[in-house]
Design a protein around this ligand. Sequence first.
Ligand code: ADP
Ligand code: MG
Length: 705
Amino acid sequence: MAESTFNLASDFAKDVFNDDVMAERLPSNIYKALRKTIDSGEDLSSEVAGAVAHAMKMWAIERGATHYTHWFQPMTGITAEKHDSFLNPVGNGKTILSFSGKELMKGESDASSFPNGGLRATFEARGYTAWDCTSPAFLREDAAGVTLCIPTAFCSYTGEALDKKTPLLRSMEAISRQAVRVLRLFGHEEVTSVSVSVGPEQEYFLIDHDKYMKREDLIFTGRTLFGAMPPKGQEMDDHYYGNIPERIESFMKELNEECWKVGIYAKTQHNEVAPAQHEMAPIYTTANIATDHNQLVMELMRKVAKRHGLECLLHEKPFAGLSGSGKHNNWSLTTNTGRNLLDPGKTPHENVQFLLILAAVIKAVDENPILLRLSASNPGNDHRLGANEAPPAVISIFLGDQLQDVVAQLLKTGSATSSKQKEKLSIGVHSLPVFSKDVTDRNRTSPFAFTGNKFEFRMVASSISIATANTILNTIVAHVFREIADELEKADDFDAAVHELIRRMLKEHQRIIFNGDGYSDDWLREAERRGLPSTRSMVDAIPSLVDPRTIEIFGEEKVLSQAELTSRAEVDYEIFTKTVNLEAKTMVDMVRTLYIPAVLHYETSVAASIRDVRAVLPSADVTVQTELLQKVTDLNAAVYRALSDLENEVRIAGDIPKGKEQARYFQDRVRPAMERLRKPVDALELIVEESFWPVPTYKELLFEV
Ligand code: ADP
Ligand code: MG
């Protein structure tokens, strides 16, 4: 590996066509016009686009770029791209390097090759990618050379969103519109827009590449479909924040540098709870850019790992019985004047505003728990939620002691007059409490926690795009802001009305607040008593997308139309079905070609041992071998029965017309059959001699990196 010469101070964002580069390279009138588009969404003229394209091309070519690509995020959640070179023949065998404003702004792509959930028939395949100038273009250097990557939205010929970016951008506009209305009520005429800030913490596993290559399940499905826990799992908790092995350190160093080059604020890194598990968190930024960056982070993690003989697993539950991986989505709202609306603040006046916004988020979450659960879902996350060290499948909100106390006082007497901490709290209509910022405790068990000046949504699946979680969060909160503004704009006595509204919202939605241990069984019973849904499977959450209320909210906020929501539900069913189908088929293949034959070999060797020992010592006690042989033979027979059972279920599932019903069958019948097959195989792994075992075990995968 080449010695790195990276200098953080001078090389940060060196591969990004960012504001500094634009200011330097664009004529000032063009730069100003572009900024207007970026900052306030004004239409972009073709003259400006042409000038930007020219500057972008010159900048990219100077750095060795040969191609450009419209980089987009179809509904699968993975990024996609189509590369074009800058070459343009001009006759006489001559060529020039060209890149027009039109090529920057609009790309054409065959939409039929991406899932569209029935939005478009294959014969009407035209799809467009449109430049998103709010997320900067960047260069990517790899084996294919240097490519100029232009973040784009992806939509159909008729304008429906076919991607994850378009609804995210729409939801950011929606929440900005409604938040500004709410802030106007408090006299903030200076605020003209509100942006969503997001900081996603990314968890991942690193394992040895050669061992990875010996596991079909990891290669095809990203997780182990078999595997027994080693004697030392994560009971000792000694990996968390532990020392980082050298090979991993050099991976992290290179990952950081790759991130920094493309302007990602990679900040913290540490070991996570499970062995071989780690985390990387960037500093938060605008939701749209944070989403693009997180897609890049995942791509870079995979790529850099390979350079170090490692494999990066982003799956939510690569190893049964160990902690899974999640993505903590830290979310807050910032005004164009730089104020964080979720900061409790210092003045009583702003605290009213804070409490109103807090109550709005509480209401939004309580009214849409299943939709939020869906926004964090993929098939893999079903294995994580409610299992080791992961949030339960029930949505609740953690407020921390101090806020909880204020809320309790408000609910009890109509006004809060004291604080649990030293600060004086006086709350009435006109004077509300001042809280200290650091008083929130930590509660790792809560799926949705207030952490000082932001909410941390911890349910999100580690391998998916954070676009959906933020789109849904933004939209449901925007909608409550709208209701608040509608009501308060009409109030005669604003102070009295706002106080009454905060109290009412908290009263109606206090059931969603839970500050205790979210991992405990008591909480699950309590949640049920409170009427909070526990959504164990993604399949159970998908219908929330097409719930009449969702259609109404998303329509009113202009984020997704009914057709777009329906198509997303269809795509989700398809993703679920395909994933489980692939897993089941991989299991069948592994059992047929690896496990059963290996166990047969072992049986033969044990049988030979019995025969041989008896031949030499006719009266020898061969209980050990005999009982072992009996047990192994019985288990292998159980494997065989479970295998036929699973094959049968997969066949039945395959005949069901695709969509909801098929996904349900995979959830209700195929998944349990997979569990039944896994059990005896894992039991065999614990008694069959290691040298006979056909694949690397958990012990080898996790502790020998
Ligand atoms: P933790 O202790 O949970 O790791 P950190 O302070 O490290 O908390 O923050 C985790 C993530 O939250 C980081 O990406 C950080 O930049 C982000 N973050 C911090 N403040 C905000 C905010 N106001 N809005 C959104 N994200 C934030
Ligand atoms: Mg965190």
